[in-house]
Write a protein of this length. Structure first.
Length: 336
């Protein structure tokens, strides 16, 4: 039996056709091919458009499927020029893809996925263009890392809503109220602190959690987010960790929409990942976090929130958040 998947060849398809003509079962044909029975079953189901399986027609169908679509990032095209320009400006492939979708919602020829951008970059031959494009990426890995580093054994949470359904306004950081959440773990993963970062202002909330269970995270995040007005609690993006198993209760308590990033995709929550790195100055790896009081965690958050940030024009997250809240209160007053 095969140990790794290989595409079916023309000879394999001829063997399938002969086996069916002889009245063999899928399992018997699979034994002839030294393949899994499911491989034969899928091939027949996918290719049998008439009463009988035809090896030649099946091969043509496979060829059409593999050639479906066309390359979008072609040398000299306006789309590629726009992508390279934004890469050199420091935009991530996800930001570029999201912005293009926002600017051209009804023009599919002017839209490209972030995965296609990554593939284009790493498909470049060795040379200055490849070096330039890779250097523009946040992590600048010389080779493409696996999209999933090992199988995710945590299982899926119920009723998750994907980050790809999150409002475009959250990606563009134009409107306050879109948060990213995570846990920063202590020694032996036995203790944790909840981290919440608002995308536009980079305002940080730290939540004391007793352990890293779903109930502790629910209570900790609820307490901290309730310290801010409801108008600045629009969405929360999290990874698919089990600690967010009670996300529907969190959404109901706070009237906030919860979205989940793809597995092994920390770049989809860049503000939170960056903040977690900053927090290690105060909470070094290997520290037992169970003894950290909420008061001490709030002091750490205040230190970060009163630190000028270049991305904010050297305003502080606290100043930006306060300004946004004042604008919201003024808008409400004018409407009443």
């Amino acid at each position: 039996m095969e140990t790794g998947y290989k595409q079916l060849t023309a000879d394999d398809r001829n063997t399938i056709q002969r086996g069916l003509n002889e009245g063999l079962s899928c399992r018997q044909i699979a034994q002839r091919l030294d393949r899994c029975p499911s491989t034969v079953t899928r091939e027949i189901a996918r290719s049998q458009t008439t009463a009988t399986y035809d090896a030649v027609s099946a091969g043509r169908g496979t060829h059409r499927r593999r050639r479906r679509g066309r390359r979008k990032l072609v040398a000299g095209s306006p789309l590629l020029q726009a992508v390279i320009k934004d890469l050199k400006a420091g935009w991530s492939p996800e930001q570029i893809a999201g912005r293009l979708k926002h600017m051209h919602p009804d023009e599919p020829n002017l839209v490209v996925s972030h995965e296609t951008i990554y593939r284009y970059i790493y498909a470049q031959p060795r040379g200055e263009l490849r070096k330039t494009l890779i250097a523009a990426l946040r992590q600048a890995h010389k080779t493409r890392l696996p999209r999933t580093r090992g199988q995710d054994r945590r299982g899926r949470l119920r009723d998750m809503v994907s980050i790809h359904e999150r409002p475009v306004e959250a990606l563009g950081r134009a409107i306050v109220g879109h948060w990213e959440g995570d846990l920063i773990k202590g020694a032996g993963n036995a203790s944790a602190v909840g981290t919440l970062v608002e995308r536009k202002s980079r305002y940080v909330l730290l939540a004391k959690v007793d352990g890293a269970g779903a109930e502790a995270v629910l209570d900790g995040f609820t307490r901290r987010l309730r310290t801010l007005p409801p108008a600045v609690r629009k969405t929360l993006t999290y990874d698919q960790g089990k600690e967010m198993a009670r996300h529907q209760e969190l959404a109901q308590r706070l009237n906030i929409r919860v979205y989940f990033a793809d597995p092994h995709s920390p770049w989809q929550r860049p503000s939170n990942e960056n903040t977690n790195g900053l927090l290690r100055q105060y909470l070094p790896k290997g520290t037992d976090l169970s003894g950290m009081s909420q008061r001490y965690l709030t002091q750490i958050a205040t230190a970060l929130n009163t630190r000028p940030r270049k991305c904010l024009g050297f305003l502080t997250p606290e100043e930006v958040m306060s300004q946004e809240i004042r604008l919201l209160n003024t808008a409400v007053a004018l409407q009443s």
